[in-house]
Design a protein around this ligand. Structure first.
Ligand code: SF4
Length: 252
């Protein structure tokens, strides 16, 4: 049986700021655990704050939430480190971390974020908190259940990616005016295919921006820019800003 000894020290007051902060942290931790429960989790590779590197929000301070895992294997993928590993995070811990950066814009990316079903409630919770939210998805997963406040940035994979066969064309009628479609192009054949898709599906009328981007080191940016100008395509040319600034370093 445990024996209780009387407390003989002075009783700390709430004016003791170190103790107060510790109590608040413990209380907050308990509250998060109670709210999140054991099952609402996502596997996360990284959460970081940087500048948006592409799409129509390029240059904006952004918090990136990178989910782990992807069912595709694009030959030029630049985020292979997100295929495996990562850590399990509760939704509440993710939201608390995002809040800590104080940015107004959040991009949920991957890997393929929609491969984890709990991505959907994360997107909704971020919108509910007042964030502008974009979702970068590879185009193979169903976007029907994504919160309508989210700007979906959906890839259509060109032949040079090796993943063209996985494009989920059923997503195209689901595209909305706040969405964006992205083509990453490795060569002239990819460009001609993208131009065909642009016309056949009237993509520029469906979404706010159609983005054409060269594969770094494979297609000269000036060639792609010249083709777009010559053909008067209603698309936005882009070079990934984070690669120019930080040479694609992880977490930047
Ligand atoms: S869909 Fe994205 S993350 Fe997946 S292999 Fe392709 S480029 Fe990489």
């Amino acid at each position: 049986m445990l024996e209780c000894t009387p407390f003989r020290g002075s009783i700390p007051t709430l004016n003791d700021s170190a103790l107060f902060r510790a109590v608040i942290r413990i209380h907050h931790h308990i509250r998060i655990r109670r709210r999140s429960g054991a099952t609402v989790e996502l596997r996360i590779t990284e959460i970081f704050h940087s500048l948006q590197g592409e799409a129509r929000s390029v240059g904006r301070p952004t918090v990136f939430v990178r989910l782990t895992g992807c069912p595709q294997r694009c030959v030029w993928c630049d985020t292979e480190y997100a295929f495996q590993g990562g850590q399990k995070w509760s939704l509440d811990d993710i939201l608390e971390t995002v809040d800590g950066y104080g940015a107004g814009y959040v991009t949920v990316t991957g890997g393929e974020p929609l491969a984890q079903p709990n991505c959907l409630p994360l997107l909704t919770l971020l919108c509910d908190r007042g964030y502008e939210v974009s979702l970068e998805t590879g185009g193979a997963m169903d976007i029907a259940a994504v919160d309508e406040r989210v700007s979906v940035v959906m890839d259509l994979k060109a032949p040079g990616s090796g993943e063209q066969h996985n494009n989920r064309l059923e997503n195209i009628p689901l595209l909305r005016p706040n969405h964006q479609v992205k083509f990453v192009l490795a060569d002239r054949r990819d460009y001609d295919w993208a131009r065909f898709m642009l016309d056949q599906h009237q993509l520029a009328r469906r979404v706010s921006d159609v983005l054409f981007s060269p594969v770094q080191g494979q297609l000269a940016p000036t060639d792609l820019a010249d083709w777009i100008v010559r053909d008067r395509l209603p698309v936005r040319f882009q070079i990934q800003l984070h690669k120019l600034l930080w040479n694609d370093a992880q977490g930047r």
